[in-house]
Design a protein around this ligand. Sequence first.
Ligand SMILES: *[C@@H]1O[C@H](CO)[C@@H](O)[C@H](O)[C@H]1NC(C)=O
Length: 533
Amino acid sequence: MYLQLFKMTAVTLIVFLLVMTNYAESANILYVIPFSAMSHYIFLKSIGLELAHRGHNVTVITTFMEKNPPPNYRQISVVNKNMWELIGEGAEAPNIFDLVDLSPEEFQSKIHWPGGVAFTDLVLSSPEVVEFLKKDNQFDLVICEQFFQEALYTLSVKYNAPLAIISTFGNCMRHNLVTRNPLQLATVVGEYLSVNNPRSFSGRLRNFYFTVYEYFWWRYWYLDKQEQLVPKYFPELVGKTPSLYDLQKDASIMLINSHFSYDTPFALLPNIVEIGGAHLSRSNTSLPEDLQKLLDESKHGVVYVSFGSNVRSADLPEEKKKAFLNVFKKLKQTVVWKWEEDILEGKPNNLVIRKWFPQKEILAHPNIKVFIAHGGLIGMQETIFNGVPVVGIPIYSDQHNNLVLAEEAGFGKLLQYHDITEKNLDKALHDVLNNDSYMKKAKELQKIWKDRPMSPLDTAMFWLEYVIRNKGAEYIKNPARNMNWFAYNMVDVYAFILAILTIVIALIVKVISTITIFLFGDQVKTTTKKKRS
Ligand SMILES: *[C@@H]1O[C@H](CO)[C@@H](O)[C@H](O)[C@H]1NC(C)=O
């Protein structure tokens, strides 16, 4: 009788434990990555899909839809509009090559900030999202992309779950300021700033100015606009949710898309983790047959040209287009160019155009000799991963910095957009094609880029699951984030020491002068008198 009862209790206990462990291992995760740029999605989707492959119940808010997702990967779709349609008159996208002439400050104030607010509004008003938010869901973790969509951090409050932030960029100056990660302005450049020589006096001055400009406008003007979306879409949370600034400050973890082998090495808090190139960890797809054949048969090698998913080569001004064609037609190599229209007038025979190429797989082909690129981070990581040298023409955002790093590392050459002429292009391309050092450096970097204790995708998985396991890992957060600025910068301590020093020096001076007068007072007076008379 007692034995029976004992057995039953034991069985119940074991079943209960199994259910509990299972529950702990497979979490409900909300993954918020709606931004409508393909390059962002390529990086971000690898994380969401991997979480699903590991058995988590993943709900994704996204613009791009996976065709055959696993059953535990649910997609909530956002109305598909890009930032260009949302800013300005909602008319046509601007010619992206015109963005070359915007200063980083203008890029923030004219594109990222207004575009970000309009885009966040679009996400929260998308019918599927509205429907989803009405349901009674529960999540163990909310992961948000950090790209000018701060109002979405409120979802972590709605579901009472820890917040993880993920960036398709590397270092984020604003996040450093918010969480009190050391700024390291002498070596670490703001992610959207272009400087040629970051460590020179003018480079550091420029970096300082941009960082201050960006932070103040972001915090005191832009974030206010995001804040206004919170009562509009989460009326039930009014008065119950911290400010968006505080939500970002208290995020459990931030995953950033960099690695010190290529990006500038810098000090990071334990909850800012580098996962540079996570989208390449599980990439093993092969080339379509026709492309495989074309590349195999290109015995003199191949030049691959693409300005990424956002920038259309077909929008190049006529004279620049001609410069490219004149250079390409003199090459013995095959040229493969992502060209977004059906025809390209004056196309030489060694040039193959298509509207889209499987870039990762092309760059992996051993016959690729050089990648002519715009320096976007995802493409740069793909080229490093495959050890291919670069000729880069930056257009906007972090592209210039990425190419400065490539030049420093010796596997790339930077050509300014306004300097594109037949002569300059020819020179840059021939330099990289004929000078072995570029390929050698590319192969060296490829090796050290991959030399890590864990693949970047596994690293991302570890830290996201870590945050779930440890219920937000409160203890990992920097205590300095809650101090006021003068205490954090030790201003009060320095002021105190300065005051003590001043008092001590004043006292010493006083004592010395008193002693002097006491000992030699009469003499001093007599000497002065003598001199006067
Ligand atoms: C998975 O998440 C969805 C929300 O998208 C929810 O409806 C469903 O109940 C969850 N499944 C499990 C097994 O928790």
